[in-house]
Design a binder for this molecule. Structure first.
Ligand SMILES: Cc1cc2nc3c(=O)[nH]c(=O)nc-3n(C[C@H](O)[C@H](O)[C@H](O)COP(=O)(O)OP(=O)(O)OC[C@H]3O[C@@H](n4cnc5c(N)ncnc54)[C@H](O)[C@@H]3O)c2cc1C
Length: 367
């Protein structure tokens, strides 16, 4: 039987592994840690909230997936092996699903002094500058402010720039009510207790949180897979590496091109890529050609602390539509979306096709 190895048990890797196992193929899943990281909720962790402990081996019990808890140190594409600590694991097909790492390299001082959400621990200092006005920075600033922190949110773009005018105005009003101070500008330097902007202005703080974007880990480039400028694996229309077609790349680790451009990393797109890799690998093993991956965005749900949220409905290319939600219904919607993946994995263990059905319309897996 062919040996399939999935690297990374995040949203995309878990989806791929259960999808493959459910179709009767042996699969090995490697991840650094047995607890599932709910990346969607890392801003809650930063604000000191306790999340339930979701055990990957428990969920996989009885599925036939072999779970390996360890750090992937390297991939040998010629030998078709991956190195996990002392262990060398061979593969016929590889699913590369290692997600992203915070993009900390561009600005001096970030690596030395800034806290990132990937540290997955509560911020101890209550006087914080959050760098990055994308949705991750907005969610983090709001969550910390609601927990009583003094928060300055700083970035080039207006917070909520991705949303329509009404939704953006709502988001900014809630940030104001929570006491988040918004500053516009490019961060050019980070010091232990200070952030320097391109205008020369400085902001003193007790703690800097960097939410300035995500890039792929160095592993793919080091292995010799073709990657883009953000170290994401460049894929063909079926999600196979353009340089090594026996490797599928999914989730944040992949540069997946659609007609409207390259997907930006979301769980919303990551899980359908996992479903697609699973069905394509099984097709290939049965001698069939894999199909083209087609995806369109549906929404951008944004939490603003635990009591407020805004949900922007989008066109398939991710641009804002007129429809949006706020208030309690938006809080409920965001929470429903955030808690959906784990039960979905459970469902896919029992009924693998449920992944394809669930995302075929809801996530516009095919348009
Ligand atoms: C605060 C926040 C809020 C977000 N909100 C939303 C949202 O509302 N909607 C949405 O769609 N998206 C949201 N996202 C984005 C979403 O979380 C990511 O797009 C998603 O996690 C990508 O899934 P993935 O499986 O590709 O990677 P990940 O979930 O990051 O999983 C990668 C896995 O690989 C493991 N790994 C990495 N390197 C190694 C290694 N060398 N060896 C072993 N294991 C390794 C990691 O530990 C991890 O378990 C949010 C992100 C953040 C940070």
């Amino acid at each position: 039987m062919d040996n399939i190895v999935v690297l990374g048990a995040g949203y995309a890797g878990m989806t791929a592994a259960v999808g493959i196992a459910g179709r009767g193929q042996r699969v090995t899943l490697v991840n650094n840690g047995a607890r599932f990281t709910e990346r969607l909720r890392l801003h809650q962790v930063a604000a000191g909230q306790q999340l339930p402990k979701l055990s990957i081996p428990e969920l996989l019990d009885g599925t036939g997936v072999e779970f390996v808890d360890g750090w992937v140190g390297g991939i040998d594409l010629a030998a078709r092996t991956v190195r996990v600590g002392e262990r060398v694991i061979g593969y016929d097909r590889l699913v590369y699903a290692l997600g992203g790492v915070p993009d900390t390299a561009g600005v001096p001082g970030v690596e030395e002094y800034a806290f990132t959400l990937d540290q997955a621990e509560a911020v101890q200092v209550t006087d914080t500058v959050v760098c990055g006005t994308g949705l991750t920075g907005v969610e983090t600033a709001a969550e910390l402010a609601e927990a009583g922190h003094r928060v300055v949110l700083v970035g080039r773009a207006e917070p909520g720039a991705e949303l329509n005018a009404k939704a953006r105005a709502y988001l900014q009003r809630v940030l104001g009510e929570l006491g988040v101070e918004v500053r516009r500008g490019e961060v050019v330097k980070v010091l232990r207790d200070e952030v320097v902007l391109d205008s020369g202005e400085t902001i003193s703080t007790g703690q800097v949180i960097w939410a300035g974007g995500v890039r792929g880990s160095e592993l793919a480039r080091a292995a010799g897979l073709e990657v883009d400028e953000l170290d994401r694996v460049v894929t063909d229309a079926a999600l196979r590496s353009v340089s090594h077609p026996e490797v599928y790349a999914v989730g944040d680790a992949a540069a997946v091109r659609q007609e409207f451009g390259v997907l930006h990393g979301t769980c919303q797109s990551g899980m359908p890529t996992g479903v697609h890799a699973a069905t394509s690998i099984v097709r290939e093993l049965r001698g069939k050609a894999p199909k083209r991956f087609r995806f369109g965005y549906l929404h951008a749900p944004v939490s603003l602390g635990r009591r407020h949220a805004v949900v922007q409905f989008t066109r398939p290319d991710g641009t804002a539509k007129r429809a949006w939600l706020s208030g309690r219904v938006a809080v409920w919607y965001k929470e429903t979306v955030s808690s959906a993946p784990w039960p979905s994995f459970r469902r896919m263990v029992k009924v693998p096709a449920s992944g394809t059905v669930a995302w075929r319309r809801g996530g516009r897996y095919t348009r």
